[in-house]
Design a binder for this molecule. Structure first.
Ligand code: ZN
Length: 602
């Protein structure tokens, strides 16, 4: 019997529509059940992709087959004898890496947004015919995807295939007149695809990515687990984000994050580092979460939320290594790495929510909390990415310390890869502890449990000191201060901080966050309030920081602010800023032998 086949065409790019014809060769005396996933692996939120299905109809031998909606993402077809054709359209106008987006310039889609699953047939091989939109405007479009080619030539429209539904939805597809460059990493072909207007130095990008990819392939051990890999990036004014897949990643970046040819001999800029860090992150997921997976994700259950306490590991460890590997693959130097790390520490220390939620709770509740952050999130939750990366750092340092430098977190990853990833076994919820203890040669349960199941701060200062690195905290000096750099201690004296974040507003400044138990909250100010004056003088985004520093600790200042359209007054106490801004420096004696080994310093 022939395979289930999908034919997909950007039939109306201007109207953001994809047309799909699903051909099911199987008879079904009860009628086929068709479903679309409610979420996409890697992005832990119910997104109800079926809401974008337009006008679904089924036929068999030219006669209509009734299709009844029996759930928000499920259709029940009437019984059929003979091949069934299901035709439907998808409205694709979500500019994100998680869904589908179609216009005159490109068509991007994830399988989770477009391919209805035929219940009971999800383990069977499937075929996908990707068709070019009609019209001269699309004659230069090509196809970027890691879906295996059946009869289609590489980069060409035509017939692709997947061994089962799980594979079908794990290869996003980009159709456009895109920029394409290629390189090999440890013998594996890698494509770099850029869509959108850009000025990227492709030669530099390929050489930096090659170094990062080769480091990671060797980190887990050759051969790489994929036959080829594609980095597909949509370039816009100010976007940032990515989603991992088994042999590719879909990314969004800002135009200014890409390198320019005229800067080729210069060090990696801060913007470019952000993009390389994102590429490094998603590439690391090729092993850590796409192949080494929580048992909860084997198989993915795509109808409802799938809870795991382990996201701190899969996102945190990946976040730890994404930046560290920029250093270890010689894209950035130690000074830049320590500055980047200090900024991550600063992010966590500026989150009052870290005293309210553990990193395992954050993982479990990703669906309703981390992915649905409101104005109070900063006070109520902690990120399993950033705190998870600090747990990973502490674990790496601790393992190096207790084994006198013989072992590290890399040995934990090697065991996970050997015993779970390569065997396609899921990691049990409590599975990390035993592996850590076996690498350490001693019981580190208490060390690990304190970081995972309590809200105590990760004990980084003590650990880093053993590596010859000093972690110190100073106050935030202004609203653009992200930490990482030392400031003369006299400049840190008596800095006034009200415990708020703001953005510019035509009337003055609008409050974005009001931190728990700080001056602004005690005064009664709330997120969304527009401060127009302090001490009866007008404030703006450009003078707010310096204005706050006119006052002395203990003074009470009158604040005028609009809440919605009501003018209100508040008395705010001037308090000194808390030391929540991290700085990492090499101690005077320099890094210890352990420190040199950790940062790979000659
Ligand atoms: Zn990630």
């Amino acid at each position: 019997m022939s395979s289930i086949r999908y034919q997909i065409t950007p039939s109306n790019p201007e109207g953001h529509l994809l047309s799909i014809i699903l051909t099911i060769p199987h008879n079904n005396t009860d009628g086929h059940v068709l479903t679309l996933p409610n979420w996409i692996p890697g992005s832990y939120m119910i997104r109800d992709f079926a809401k974008n299905v337009v006008c679904l109809k089924a036929t068999c031998g030219g006669r209509a087959v009734p299709a009844k909606k029996v759930g928000k993402s499920t259709w029940q077809l009437a019984p059929n004898a003979g091949e069934v054709k299901v035709e439907y359209q998808i409205y694709a106008w979500d500019l994100s890496v998680r869904s589908a987006h179609v216009d005159q310039t490109h068509a991007f889609f994830n399988g989770t947004s477009v391919f209805l699953q035929v219940k009971g047939h999800d383990q069977e091989p499937l075929e996908v015919e990707i068709c070019r939109p009609k019209g001269q405007a699309y004659r230069n479009w090509r196809v970027a995807t890691t879906l295996p080619n059946k009869t289609a030539a590489v980069y060409e429209f035509g017939l692709y295939e997947a061994s089962d539904y799980d594979e079908l939805i794990d290869h996003p597809v980009e159709l456009a007149d895109f920029t394409l460059a290629t390189f090999e990493a440890c013998g594996v072909p890698h494509d770099v695809v850029l869509v959108g207007r850009h000025y990227c130095d492709m030669e530099r990008l390929c050489s930096d990515l090659k170094a990062i990819c080769e480091y990671q392939i060797r980190f887990f051990g050759e051969p790489a687990p994929m036959a080829r890999y594609v980095f597909m990036t949509y370039v816009t004014e100010n976007a940032y984000g990515g989603l991992e897949h088994r042999a590719s990643t879909a990314l969004h970046c800002a135009r200014q994050d890409l390198p320019l040819a005229k800067n080729r001999s210069k060090p990696v800029s801060e913007n470019y580092q952000k993009y390389l860090g994102l590429c490094s992150h998603e590439y690391f997921h090729t092993w850590n979460v796409k192949r080494i997976k929580p048992a909860q994700f084997l198989p993915y259950e795509l109808e409802n939320e799938s809870h795991t306490e382990l996201l701190w590991f899969f996102e945190g460890v990946t976040s730890y290594y994404d930046d560290l590997i920029l250093l270890l693959s010689e894209r950035i130097n130690e000074t830049t790495y320590l500055k980047t790390l200090a900024r991550t520490i600063t992010q966590v220390w500026r989150t009052p929510g870290r005293a309210q939620q553990t990193v395992t709770e954050s993982s479990f509740d990703a669906w309703t909390k981390f992915y649905k952050q409101d104005e109070n999130a900063v006070n109520a939750i902690v990120s399993y990415y950033t705190k998870g990366s600090l747990v990973a750092l502490a674990l790496d340092l601790k393992l190096r310390l207790v084994t006198a430098g013989k072992k590290s977190l890399r040995d934990v990853m090697a065991i996970l890869w050997r015993d779970y990833g390569q065997k396609q076994m899921g990691v049990p919820e409590q599975g990390i502890h035993a592996i850590v203890n076996s690498v350490a040669g001693e019981d580190l349960n208490e060390f690990l449990d304190t970081m995972l199941y309590t809200t105590e701060d990760v004990p980084l200062a003590d650990l880093l000191r053993e590596f010859g690195i000093a972690l110190e905290f100073r106050p935030k000096v202004n609203s653009t201060d992200r930490g990482g750099n030392a400031i003369d201690s006299s400049e840190c004296d008596d800095i006034i901080d009200f415990g708020l974040n703001y953005k510019s507003h035509p009337l003055g400044v609008e409050l974005v966050h009001v931190f728990s138990n700080r001056a602004a909250q005690h005064a009664g100010l709330s997120t969304g309030d527009k401060i127009i004056a302090m001490d009866n003088l007008q404030v703006t985004a450009s003078n707010f920081d310096s204005y706050c520093q006119r006052f002395a600790p203990g003074e009470i200042i009158k604040v005028h602010a609009f809440r919605r359209d009501e003018l209100m007054t508040f008395d705010i106490e001037c308090r000194t800023a808390e030391p929540d801004t991290a700085v990492l420096t090499l101690t005077e004696s320099g890094p210890s032998e352990l420190g040199k080994a950790w940062l790979d310093m000659a």
